[in-house]
Design a binder for this molecule. Structure first.
Ligand code: 8YV
Length: 324
């Protein structure tokens, strides 16, 4: 019998996927679901053939210092991979894959959830009810902002950005303006009822809601900073389901406190699971714990996608979702 490849999974995955992984490979699962520290990560990188990490695993260039990795492929569980230094992986001859597509719809659903919750003050209302502070219905109680028919700006018009645009345009009759590094085709824009803008600065002042769907990492770190927040309208809302580092959290908290913008809905943070203490103080911020892809269907879909990428790699074929 040929020797099975050794796979290390860094977090607890959906049972259905772990079952198949176990049937096919010599797998080390993480039953306790405890995040790996740097030593454990180095040990994994030097003892397995493949590593299956998630957003909670920092695989930067320092992790490779002084080790010779045995791992040949890193099949990331998630579409975003800014926690992985792909150049460092490449220089060690490691192939990296991700899991796009399967999470586009659910991530866009969470962006819509945040947009509605922030605009309609759903977090504030929920806190009021649960804390027994609701006194009675009244005409001026928790007045929010109408969403339907407003203008949505989108930064990053990839698969998730396009799903967000479809929901906003076809569901809420919103006007959609999209910024993307490369200009989207007319057909793509038309399917989502969107028009494209050529710069972020041009977009900032035009929208009632701004939703981020671009990658994280150094290239987009603090793309939304104090200056850009000041370009937004005072009644506008910022929604972030992309990566925490895209927004300068201190500047955002300041903008929320001083009324530079009306509110924000966040699913991701610069230093997860830590949330900037000033944001926690903002009643006009809706804060979710990175739930973008958190549905049974999607989390299983992500696992099976990572598995397909592994299968292809070990069969000597190009993995479908190869990043480097
Ligand atoms: C994932 C995400 O759950 O896929 C992504 O990029 O942001 C999340 O939906 C997470 O990254 C898992 O690694």
């Amino acid at each position: 019998m040929s020797q099975r490849s050794k796979i290390i999974v860094t977090r607890k995955w959906p049972e259905a996927v772990e079952k198949i992984l176990t049937e096919k490979y010599d797998v080390v699962l993480n039953e306790s679901d405890t995040p790996f520290d740097a030593n454990k990560m180095r040990e994994a990188l030097t003892s397995a053939d493949a590593l299956l990490p998630t957003v909670t695993d920092k695989i930067d260039s320092s992790i490779f210092e002084g080790i010779t990795p045995s791992v040949k492929v890193i099949a990331n569980y998630g579409v975003g991979y800014s926690h992985i230094d792909v150049d460092a992986c490449q220089s060690h001859g490691i192939v990296v894959t991700n899991t796009p597509d399967v999470l586009s719809e659910c991530t866009a659903d969470i962006a819509v959830t945040l947009m509605l919750m922030a605009a309609r003050r759903a977090g504030e209302g929920e806190r009021e009810v649960r804390e027994g502070r609701w006194t009675s219905w009244r005409p001026n109680h928790l007045i929010g902002h109408k969403v339907s028919g407003k203008t949505l700006g989108i930064i990053g018009f990839g698969r998730i950005g396009q799903e967000m645009a479809k929901r906003a345009h076809h569901g809420f009759g919103m006007k959609v303006l999209a910024y993307n590094r490369s200009t989207p085709s007319d057909a793509v824009l038309q399917a989502c009822g969107a028009s494209s803008v050529i710069s972020i600065d041009e977009l900032m002042g035009q929208c009632d809601f701004l939703s981020l769907h671009c990658p994280g990492g150094d290239a987009n770190r603090h793309l939304i900073n104090e200056e850009r927040l000041k370009l937004m309208q005072p009644h506008a809302f910022l929604i972030n389901t992309a990566r925490g580092e895209v927004v300068d959290e201190a500047a955002l908290a300041q903008a929320l406190q001083s009324g530079t913008i009306a509110g924000a809905g966040l699913d991701v943070y610069e230093h997860e699971p830590k949330v900037h203490p000033d944001l926690l103080e903002c009643e006009n911020a809706v804060l979710l714990p990175h739930l973008g892809s958190a549905t049974k269907e999607t989390r299983e879909g992500m696992g099976f996608k990572a598995l397909n990428n592994l299968d292809a790699f070990f069969a000597g074929q190009p993995p479908h979702d190869r990043v480097v």
